[in-house]
Structure formats: C-alpha cells, structure tokens
Design a protein around this ligand. Structure first.
Ligand code: TRP
Length: 328
C-alpha cells in the first residue's frame, strides 16, 4: 500500500532560528526518519514574492535555506526537497483554485488580516490575499494527506480542505481532504523581550540562529533579560530554562531548575551552560552548512533532482485537473 504523503514547506527567510527548528524542521526530520511516510518538503519562493524582499536577496536566500535544511537533517535521498517555482503546476493550479474560492473566505484568514494591518501596510498586494490559495495548490498538487504545520498555518490547511471540496463539487470527486498534523509549537520567547515570541523581525539579538558561532551565542545569551526589576519569577529565566531543556543535558537542566526554586541560581552560570550546550548541539549543523554553502553547484544539483521527482507527481495532477475543468 502507498504510504501517506507528508507535505510541507517554508519560505526562504534568512537564517533559521531555534523557533523554526523546534516547531517545523525537527518534527519533519522525525517524520522522514520514521520511514512511514512519503515526504515532500519545499521552499516557497513564489509565496515569498508577496513580501518585500528584493531579487538578489531572494536568489541568495533560496540556496541558503536549502543548505540549512539539509544541514538540519532533511535528507534529499529520503525526502523530495525542491523549490516551488522549479515545478510547473503550482501557479496554474492556484489560478484554477482562485476560481472556486469565495472572496469572503479569504477575507476571514487571520494571517492576511495581520499582515495587511501591520508588517507591510504599504504593500498589501493581491498575492498576499490569495496566498492561502497558492498554499492549497502546493498541497493538493501532490495529494498531500498529512500536513505538519504550526498553529499559525492551521487555518490555511482547513481552507485547503474546503478548496478540495469546492473543486470536487463543481468538477467531480478528485481531491481528498488533507489533515493537519499539528506540530508542537514550543513557546520560545525573544531573548530581549521575553514576553514576546522569538522572532527575527525584532532584530538579530532577539533570536538564536542555528548558524550562530559559539562566540555569538555567548554574547547574545549574556544579554538576555533575566529577573525583572523587583525580582520574583521571571519569564526571561523561564525561557532560558526551557531552552536548556531542549539543548542541554538532563542533569544540567534539573540542577538549574532546582536552584531557581531555592533562589540560589546564578544567572551567569545558567547563561554560560546554555551557550555551551546550544553551541555543541549545532556544531555539526554549522560544519555541514558551511560545506554546502561552499559548493553551490552541488547544492543546485540536489534541488534540480528534487524538482524532477516533484514534477513527475505534479504533472499527473495538473493533466487530470485540466481534463476535469475542460481546458485540454
Ligand atoms: N505558509 C507557510 C508558512 O509561512 C509556508 C507554506 C507554503 C506551506 N505552502 C505550504 C506550508 C504548503 C505547508 C504546506 O510557514
């Protein structure tokens, strides 16, 4: 029997940070290594056009994120890893889906509401509005059945289920409805504003990037906010302890949690231990990433190969869809 198809993707942003890693990449690597699924993972460069990045930067970031994904353990031999725009069918299927999707349904999307109200007020383009339709096309082009995403993308996968249904109602039963495989969203906070989610938009010192060298880690973590004025339990300290639970040894974690409870904790020591732990956890990542970044041709060859595999699956779907809607 065919394995269930796991399908997910990521925009070509800058360096991956620890939040991306724990919430998206690590769970995907685990699904890949379980051997129970046919896994597709892609770099959503067409989606990134809805943002404000310039062309040179985009080109660079696509290769860059590919290197980081592989260095994190996404194995191109096991997972079909590709770039969205390298495969024909995404944009065409999105267009067809646009014609079965009511405007009012897209107006309900919270990500659209958020993005159009703050991040990019000056660039509220139509692409941003139909972004979730392109996402539905990504998923259904490969007949993805299990979609590992974080809480923030859940609504888009639910819309994908609706789009499958709207299409089927109009043109005949063809797509099945994918299911969200909700990944645990670790509550990692900004180092400098620990009441807010860790996010790059606030600045480099707010986040821990996987590529941060030990010296950089030490500096950033040293600056992390700990006990708030007046003492008491601090969200900053909790955040550092949470990070230690993921990246440090069980013993170190236990020790600092106990010291925190008894009030004997030394923040300097906690920070030092955490920096060293994260630095060594990602040591082989940094090595692999640098190696891949030095050989753009090898990296490009991996992506070409991934696109070939993806194209084979996509072509079957798009042919059938054209037939169903009566354009070929
Ligand atoms: N919108 C997703 C994000 O920003 C990226 C994405 C695009 C995606 N297409 C997808 C994720 C299809 C899962 C499936 O994280």
């Amino acid at each position: 029997m065919a394995k269930p198809i796991v399908f997910s993707g990521i925009q070509p942003t800058g360096n991956l940070h620890i939040g991306n890693y724990l919430g998206a990449i690590k769970p995907l690597v685990e699904l890949q290594n379980s051997g129970e699924y046919d896994v597709y993972y892609f770099i959503a460069d067409l989606h990134s056009l809805t943002g404000n990045m310039d062309a040179t930067e985009r080109k660079e970031k696509i290769l860059h994120i590919a290197a980081e994904l592989i260095a994190c353990g996404i194995d191109p031999k096991k997972t079909t890893l590709f770039v969205q725009s390298h495969v024909e069918g995404h944009a065409e299927l999105a267009w067809i889906f646009n014609t079965v999707t009511p405007v009012a349904e897209l107006e309900r999307m919270t990500q659209f509401k958020d993005k159009s109200s703050d991040q990019q007020k000056k660039n509220v383009n139509v692409g941003l509005f139909t972004y979730p339709v392109l996402q539905a096309a990504d998923i259904l082009l490969y007949h993805g059945t299990r979609i590992p995403v974080g809480e923030d993308q859940k609504q888009h996968v639910e819309l994908t289920r609706n789009i499958a249904r709207w299409f089927n109602n109009r043109y005949g039963e063809y797509f099945s409805e994918p299911e969200v495989l909700l990944t645990e969203t670790p509550r990692i906070k900004s180092l400098l504003e620990p009441t807010k989610k860790m996010s790059k938009s606030k600045g480099a010192n707010h986040v821990i990037e996987l590529a941060d060298a030990p010296a950089v880690l030490e500096k950033k973590i040293k600056k992390a906010v700990t006990a708030s004025e007046g003492g008491g339990s601090s969200v900053g300290v909790e955040n550092l302890l949470l990070l230690l639970s993921y990246f440090g040894s069980v013993d170190d974690h236990k020790r600092f949690v106990e010291e925190e409870k008894s009030g004997s904790i030394k923040y300097g020591e906690l920070k030092e231990t955490l920096s060293v732990s994260i630095g060594s956890y990602f040591a082989s990542f940094r090595e692999k990433r640098d190696e891949l970044m030095q050989d753009h041709n090898a990296l490009a060859a991996i992506l070409v190969d991934g696109a070939k595999k993806a194209q084979a699956a996509a072509s079957d779907t798009i042919e059938e869809v054209r037939r169903l809607v009566g354009i070929r």
